[in-house]
Design a protein around this ligand. Sequence first.
Ligand code: 13P
Ligand code: SF4
Length: 303
Amino acid sequence: EEQNQQLKERILQLKKEKNAIILAHYYQRDEIQEVADFRGDSFLLAQKAATTDAEVIVFCGVHFMGESAKILAPNKTVVIPDERAGCPMADMVNVDGLRALKKQHPNAKVVAYINTSAEVKAETDICCTSSNAIKVIESVDSEEIIWVPDKNLGDYVSKFTDKKMIIWEGYCNTHDMLTVKDVEEMRAKYPNAEFVVHPECRPEVVKLADFVGSTTAIIQYCKESDKQEFIVGTEDGTGYQLRKDSPDKTFHFATKYLVCPNMKVNNLKKVAKCLETLSPQIYVPPHVADQARASLERMLQVK
Ligand code: 13P
Ligand code: SF4
């Protein structure tokens, strides 16, 4: 605890020296969210990266998030605490596979979840996150959509559109672990609680929910709800903001397995170190970045 306090002070000082901003995803460890200048879901963090005045962005999340920040803010230095913090779902789609699918469906437009590599984004028409996926799909001028990589989110959004969705077979190892049985057990144990869920969970689990939404949407819903008790179907780091916003409410995570190990690779020590050394830095080859940026900027423009 004392060591954490020292690290936090060091981080605050380095942040000033380097004119840096710390962005943290809601799935980061509590101590990282505590030192962050801004916490958010993937959409809000991308938006923040695109508009900040700071010279250095310390992105506490997983690799594709830092990469998206660099693409949107190419003149800034973007550092991440640990290069090994990846997203297994993002790794489930690659350029060759996507090109082959595009060949099979020449009239389709490609909508990519932001959980993809820069190279894959460069092959797509527009990006989305779980907070704007439906709006993004409706904004695309094609009746046929190739959707990568999350099959669970793809299934969820397909219920809100008449467009033909060609859905990739990826999934989030963490959210996909939650089962109907887990939820039924929790419902039996906490009969007064509402069940809120992230659409990266399986369709049969999402069907059981009182509320479905992105990380930010879940946090906002719980804050504004009259209910006192919630069963939460998303990553456990979300508890930090949930409890901060609603200290009198009770939050039960739907299983103890709702932990993304990649998100937890980052810690305060690594945050201090990357600020001090300004490394590891995100680099995206310019021709890839330019094409990926077009996709990300189209997303940011969808109203
Ligand atoms: P959001 O932050 O957009 O809710 O996405 C969840 C997620 O799994 C990020 O990796
Ligand atoms: Fe990827 Fe899932 Fe972890 Fe998000 S929670 S970074 S989608 S593995």
